[in-house]
Design a binder for this molecule. Sequence first.
Ligand SMILES: NC(=O)c1ccc[n+]([C@@H]2O[C@H](COP(=O)([O-])OP(=O)(O)OC[C@H]3O[C@@H](n4cnc5c(N)ncnc54)[C@H](OP(=O)(O)O)[C@@H]3O)[C@@H](O)[C@H]2O)c1
Length: 240
Amino acid sequence: MHEDVVAPAGLRVTILGANGPTGRLLTEQALAAKCDVVALTRRPKEFPIAHPNLVVAGGDVRDPTAVDTVVDGSDAVLSVLGTPFTKGKVEVYSEGGRNTLDAMKRFGTTRLVVVTSGAVTDRPEPTGGFLFNRVLQPYVTRVIGKTVYDDMRRLEDLVAASDVDWTVLRPSGLFELPRVTDYSLTEEHGPGRFTSRRDLAAAMLQQVSDDRFVRKVAHVITTADNPNMLSLIWREARKK
Ligand SMILES: NC(=O)c1ccc[n+]([C@@H]2O[C@H](COP(=O)([O-])OP(=O)(O)OC[C@H]3O[C@@H](n4cnc5c(N)ncnc54)[C@H](OP(=O)(O)O)[C@@H]3O)[C@@H](O)[C@H]2O)c1
């Protein structure tokens, strides 16, 4: 079981996208693991966590100065930035990634963990079946979410071309569970269409003290207590 999320105490981690649903869980887990945490959000007044080892910084990841400020002095950057589906161009993943890599180079930070999605490839999901692989997934990735997935791929390319110790984590459909489970973390997409946000956060934090996936892409899958696919897609697609 992955119940106890492990990270070296005293490590300073910067969390980008800290105010999103996964980012908040990651912030809590990192603080529980006794890390010093710097959380970046555009809405610092709405950030719900306060802790002596937490600095909440207001700023936009597209602003290089804001990114410099939160990366300076950190041992690792954990990025769980995200944006809702839109027909417009999406650049937050790649622009945020570029600013992060520049800042890491400037300040000598070497460890980077970023989140994209298992759906960035067109590979059919092993247990998906016809409806999921031929209808739902293509509709999400090539129609309503196309600009988001395009920018996730740009981020993956940027990170892979960098000199830092990077790991790309690709979750599947995100959902909520009250505890960290015995999630699977593998280079090949394992069977399963869902990832709990708590497991994703735990997998991100685990990378800080684990070099098995350095310079690799890994898939995070939760097999316990999975939700209903249609209700999940509907809920996530309507998120603002
Ligand atoms: N939903 C799914 O089923 C699914 C599946 C696979 C992968 N993913 C990916 O998993 C990740 C986590 O998803 P999530 O649902 O937990 O989070 P999310 O709702 O996508 O939010 C992430 C946070 O990023 C921050 N952000 C966005 N633009 C920013 C900017 N320009 N500067 C600074 N911060 C910015 C926002 O916080 P502020 O507004 O406070 O700044 C937001 O709360 C995302 O990358 C998502 O695309 C999701």
